[in-house]
Design a binder for this molecule. Structure first.
Ligand code: NAD
Length: 451
């Protein structure tokens, strides 16, 4: 049994049966059968059903958002956005069904065409940090491309996923096409990874588990997309609008209590602007409202679990200098907004993904030093560049080795633009105009005109 706790109160919200390998076997068989009919259906019919699914989700935004607040401790504003994101992803993917075009390539003596075929059954292993959007990032385009989807949510956050599966049926999606298998990673997750009937795994979570999944997928040359960790830089040049950069910094790593793979947790500030920047940042951190996630005014809620709280605490020892915000006392997995200063570049808190409301500030000398520091990580997911110099913004955007950058902004994820990591932040891309292609095989057919 999985125990779902409210991270703001530590109260038991629900117990959910954990899927066994036998459950996974049965789900794969049912999904494979449903997928054959789904792939054979007229594209317009598949698109219509996905749009209907989006409409049903739209009718349940508030319910889904409240569920997310309760099981994940997300602020209500964020949770509403997340449920709306599921709707938008489904709508966007539905628009791709009739546009999943192959190509016609010039050849002598015939006609050459490519056909984009669905993979079959896709396994999606989702994390707890954004349970709804990350599940939908893979599920919506996979379904649109003609696949069935088996979704394994994280142990701590199965409830929104289970509700989405019910809403899919209500919308008229065929039984078995989209199933949710709550369970533990090593049992249900691993069963999906090892199952020969699962053609692809889309995994989002820790780099450690991602590597082990990639290795296991290699046994069957199973397709795999990985969205892993990050330790993203927020580079502030002295010529930037320092007020704007400092004002935007807190939520660039505190959103979702820092449990965000794109969190800008390494704030790199040009030395000549360092003191002024910290002067501006200090009140901005101290003013962050941390508390009941269901309260509309709250900017930051609790961490997901006791384990995550212990992990964050292990990085922030009392001897470290910095700026500390406020957090509630008492039950709940609370940790205050924290900015660490005067830490060595290679300190664990400066190089490892903490996944909590903690950033480090490091000074740099010049543009070359900024790029060196920005790239001094095994990760490469996101990053921000603050400068008024357009040439510098472009040079830095090219030089930082990461998949998602923003200039004078911290935005990075839109469902219609590609998302994914360099190096140990991942493999493959999700979202964007080519999202459906990641769930297809390309078949090339040559038809002779000579016979
Ligand atoms: P995790 O990688 O263990 O879990 C992510 C998902 O993988 C969950 O659904 C889990 O059940 C599943 N899983 C775990 N072991 C598995 C296995 N052997 N086979 C198949 N599936 C398996 O992450 P976590 O333990 O929940 O968090 C630990 C750290 O990972 C965090 O502190 C953070 O640094 C990182 N993390 C990153 C992201 C991200 O979005 N990049 C998300 C969650 C966690």
């Amino acid at each position: 049994m999985l125990q779902v706790l409210n991270p703001a109160t530590e109260e038991l919200v629900a117990t959910v049966p954990a899927a066994t390998p036998a459950d996974v076997d049965a789900a794969v068989a049912q999904a494979a059968a449903a997928q054959r009919g789904w792939a054979a259906a007229a594209p317009a019919d598949r698109a219509r059903l996905l749009r209907r699914f989006a409409a049903v989700v739209d009718g349940h935004i508030e319910e889904l958002a409240r569920l997310e607040v309760t099981e994940a401790g997300h602020t209500i504003g964020n949770a509403r956005w997340e449920a709306g994101n599921v709707r938008d992803l489904l709508d966007f993917a539905a628009g791709g069904v009739e546009r999943l075009n192959g190509r016609q390539i010039p050849v002598a003596g015939g006609l050459d065409i490519t056909i984009l075929e669905p993979l079959g059954v896709v396994g999606v292993i989702a994390p707890w940090n954004f349970p709804m959007p990350i599940a939908a990032w893979a599920t919506a385009p996979a379904l649109a491309a003609g696949n069935a989807v088996l979704l394994k949510p994280a142990e701590t956050t199965p409830l929104t996923a289970l509700r989405l599966a019910e809403l899919a049926l209500e919308a008229g999606l065929p039984e078995g096409l989209f199933q949710v298998l709550p369970g533990t990673g090593p049992v249900a997750g691993n069963a999906l990874v090892e199952h020969p009937g699962v053609a692809k795994i889309v995994f989002t979570g820790s780099t450690r588990v991602g590597k082990s999944i990639m290795a296991k997928c290699a046994d069957q040359v199973k397709r795999v997309t990985l969205e892993l960790g990050g330790k993203s830089p927020n580079i502030v040049f002295a010529d930037a609008d320092l007020e704007a950069a400092a004002a935007a910094t807190p939520m660039s790593f505190l959103d979702n209590s820092g449990q965000d793979c794109c969190a800008r947790t390494r704030v790199l500030v040009q030395r000549s602007a360092y003191d002024r920047f910290l002067e501006l940042l200090t009140p901005a951190i101290e003013e962050i409202v941390v508390g009941d996630p269901a309260d509309e005014r709250t900017q930051m809620g609790p961490l997901i679990s006791r384990a995550q709280l212990d992990r964050v605490r292990s990085y922030v020892t009392d001897d470290l200098a910095g700026i500390r915000g406020k957090a509630p006392e008492g039950p709940g997995f609370w940790f205050p907004p924290t900015v660490l200063t005067d830490v060595p570049e290679d300190a664990p808190c400066a190089v490892e993904e903490i996944f909590g409301p903690v950033a480090v500030v490091l000074p740099f000398e010049d543009e070359a030093d900024a790029i060196r520091l920005a790239n001094a990580t095994e990760y490469g997911l996101s990053g921000s560049i603050w400068t008024r110099d357009v040439g510098r913004a472009l040079r830095a955007s090219r030089a930082v080795r990461a998949g998602n950058l923003s200039v004078n902004s911290h935005s990075s994820v839109r469902y219609w633009t590609p998302f994914g990591g360099y190096r140990q932040s991942g493999l493959g891309r999700e979202l964007g105009p080519d999202a459906l292609n990641a769930f297809t095989e390309t078949k090339n057919v040559f038809i002779s005109t000579e016979a």
